[in-house]
Design a protein. Structure first.
Lengths: 374, 375
């Protein structure tokens, strides 16, 4: 494991793990933890050193996210989205980039993604948000459906159809904007309950054109080059961290659960087989991520293919692992003793989060046969 | 041929479906549904006609449990335990005990529950550790049963206790009102099957007359294998098959109703069609294998036990897989608890761990097919 991972694990054990159960129970965004993450400099992970950040890459993004997810998947998920937005901003217009970096470094602000919509569901690259283009400003009307860290992030990275109508632009919408509202009562997720995911509505929200991050009509390019690799790798890291958490929980339970006859659960052959499966797939999940990040950093042609397969593998195996974990945990886990059922609920977010496992399978199938994605 | 099933489905739509959500939300027993089951004669399904019952057997037991579970798995589960308990009494009970219980079930619409599992032995419920003091007139019981379904709601609870001879067990009936019987409140926080109101049952100096012993001294194990296991395991297969069938129906109707802005329905997408196809195939296979197992048991086929075990394993594992796919089809809406998918998902996860758990049954089946004695 890398030094970055070890550091982040140490941080997570101390600052995230003790609150993981409570975050889930209260269904509240982990505000205090995010403050700590900011203080420790993790918001600046992907910001270049000359702008005050750590100047790290995709590998560090995956390492920190995974290390956080081993303590709380929901914390890691919100954190990784910040990194994705930051990386897009780094790719975008210079002035906005400097301004946001300054705010992140000096004030520990963080950013959230607001891409999916009700109508288009997981097809978040087809926005229906209505924009009216004026001389110096733009007026937003409409809504985004599932915005993570809603009302807690200082900025929202929003995609909308460009002025020409032929492509997409990416905007940064400050939390304080007039006409911006959140429908927090709508969030009732099965898991990932700290996400505070909810609809975000725009009512005649006026924004100066300075808040546009992408060059005119270059939003898709920005999202695909700077956003997609970091988002998909981030998801792979979240669900891989979650698998590791399941593994630890399953190992501990099977060693501590002793039958009246004195036999520990882990001495039963069937249980050993379950544990072995969880371990093997978790290990493969971790390895897939490193393979994907190495490939991306080396600029290999098939980097995206490897990233997609890491994300698919991590999100599908975590469901199997959670199922087996629940099996090992028996009636106690089913009765919500210990963390296993929380981990199961968190795991179920993986297959449906945009772009969903179904869509990614189609993409991967197309990519490995040389077909265009759209 | 499946008249009982069709009738039970109509009943379930009218009297179980309306209470399914509330029962889950509030973790309360579906009292209204059970009242109606009593009124409509479902409690006496297995009681012979000459005693005023419906005189039905294993196959109808399976059909009713399945139909009930298609609206609420937790209602199907509690109901099926009643039939299992009743089956012990009608197969092994003394005439006096039968007379009393039949009267309670038929006239007073009372129902039964099973109190078999214990903390120490977990899923291996056939090894009770409860303390028994045998007196001239009966027994004095002390100890705790860990996960008793329909706790406080059922009028009679069947408990397994160590027999006089070491290594053997007995099966007894404990009436709810017996002195020294209490239930630990708030112990049930199950992620699903929340209407079960499962709770530990504490027995403190519970004194019972010999009248309440089911069958001959030391015959508990025989009862577990002949009267409990077949009906119980087929019942579980039926309940989780019901969950699969409900998932298939609801996933299909959701995929037809969810329309994208360009007018395309979710069900028009090939990947979603594949999911629907897999859910349907599994649900259908679970239904057929469960029916086949029930029939095989009635016929007394040599391989009936193998079929029963495999139906239960298949249905329980399929329910988890069907609900995983349904959650995939349901997307963000289902994840945000819109509709029934997430409830059925939570209910389904009970299948693999309920005693005897899927892990235990798989080893039993492996032994059985190889001709090695179980457990």
């Amino acid at each position: 494991m890398t030094e970055m991972y070890n550091q982040a694990r140490k941080f997570a054990k101390l600052n995230i793990e003790p609150y993981a159960a409570e975050i889930d129970k209260q269904k509240e965004f982990p505000k205090e933890i995010f403050q700590k993450i900011g203080e420790e400099g993790y918001f600046g992970l992907l910001i270049p050193e000359e702008l005050g950040g750590m100047g790290k890459t995709l590998e560090a993004h995956a390492d920190v996210t995974r290390a956080f997810a081993e303590s709380s998947a929901t914390v890691a998920l919100c954190y990784m989205m910040h990194n994705v937005a930051v990386n897009c901003i780094m790719y975008g217009k210079e002035e906005l980039k400097k301004r946001i970096c300054k705010d992140i470094i000096e004030n520990q602000s963080f950013v959230a993604l607001a891409n999916s919509e009700f109508g288009t569901g997981v097809h978040f690259w087809l926005p229906e948000l209505e924009l009216e283009f004026k001389e110096n400003e733009v007026i937003f009307n409409g809504s985004k459906s599932m915005v993570t860290s809603a009302s807690y992030a200082s900025y929202y990275f929003v995609n909308a159809t460009s002025e020409s109508g032929t492509d997409v632009d990416n905007w940064l919408v400050p939390l304080k904007s007039e006409g911006l509202d959140f429908v927090m009562s709508d969030w009732n997720g099965v898991g990932m309950r700290g996400n505070a995911s909810c609809p975000m509505t725009f009512t005649n929200l006026k924004l100066s054109k300075e808040w546009k991050s992408s060059e005119d009509g270059k939003g898709s390019e920005q999202s695909f080059n700077a956003g997609v690799p970091f988002f998909l790798t981030g998801l792979a890291a979240v669900y891989t961290g979650l698998s590791t958490n399941i593994l630890q929980e399953a190992v501990n339970h099977s060693k501590n659960r002793v039958y009246s006859g004195g036999q520990a659960l882990c001495e039963v052959e069937t249980i050993q087989t379950h544990l072995s499966k969880i371990y093997a797939s978790t290990n493969a999940s971790v390895a897939s991520i490193y393979q994907a990040t190495d490939s991306f950093l080396a600029g290999e042609d098939d980097a995206l293919i490897k990233i997609i397969s890491a994300r698919l593998f991590a999100t599908e195996t975590v469901l199997d692992n959670a199922k087996l974990g629940m099996r090992i945990g028996g009636g106690k886990a089913y009765n919500k003793n210990g963390a296993m059922e929380r981990l199961l609920r968190d795991a179920y977010a993986g297959q449906i989060m945009a772009p969903s496992a179904d869509i990614l399978h189609i993409w991967l199938g197309k990519l490995i046969t040389g077909q265009p994605l759209f | 041929m499946y008249k009982t099933y069709e009738e039970a489905k109509v009943f379930a739509k009218e009297f179980i479906a309306p209470f399914a959500k509330k029962s889950d939300d509030e973790a309360i027993f579906p009292v209204e549904s059970f009242q109606k089951m009593g009124e409509k004669g479902y409690f006496k399904l297995l009681i012979p006609e000459e005693y005023g019952g419906l005189g039905k057997g294993m196959e109808e037991h399976s059909q009713v449990c399945m139909a009930f579970a298609e609206e609420s798995a937790t209602a199907g589960l509690c109901y099926m335990m009643h039939n299992v308990g009743l089956n012990c009494i009608l197969t092994y009970g003394s005439d006096e005990l039968k007379e009393k219980i039949y009267k309670e079930v038929i006239e007073n619409k009372k129902f039964l529950a099973l109190a078999y599992s214990e903390f120490g032995t977990g899923t291996h419920f056939y090894k009770p550790e409860i303390k028994v003091n045998y007196t001239a007139d009966g027994v004095v019981l002390n100890g705790t049963k860990s996960m008793v379904t329909s706790a406080k709601q059922a009028a009679y609870y069947l408990v397994l206790i160590p027999a006089k001879e070491e290594g053997k067990i007995n099966n007894w009936v404990v009436p709810l009102e017996t002195d020294g019987v209490t239930f630990t409140d708030q112990a049930w926080r199950g992620m699903g099957m929340r209407g079960n109101v499962s709770s530990p049952m504490v027995l403190k100096d519970v004194t019972l007359d010999n009248f309440y012993q089911i069958g001959a001294e030391g015959s508990g194990m025989e009862q577990v294998f002949h009267a409990v296991a077949p009906l119980f395991i087929v019942g579980l297969a039926s309940v989780y098959t019901g969950a699969c069938l409900q998932l298939s129906e609801e996933a299909t109707s959701y995929a037809k109703k969810r329309i994208y802005p360009d007018g395309q329905a979710l069900c028009e997408i090939e990947t979603v069609q594949i999911h629907l196809s897999r859910i349907y195939t599994m649900a259908n296979a679970a239904k057929q294998t469960t029916r086949d197992a029930a029939k095989s048991a009635v016929n007394g086929d040599e391989d009936a036990l193998l079929k029963i075990l495999s139906a239960r394993i298949f249905a329980s594992e399929s329910a988890i897989e069907c609900s995983r796919l349904a959650m995939r089809i349901g997307g963000g809406k289902a994840y945000n608890k819109v509709g029934n998918f997430e409830r059925i998902l939570r209910d389904s996860f009970a299948g693999q761990i309920m005693a005897p758990s899927v892990d235990v049954l798989i080893t039993w089946l492996g032994k059985s097919v190889a001709g090695i004695p179980i457990p």
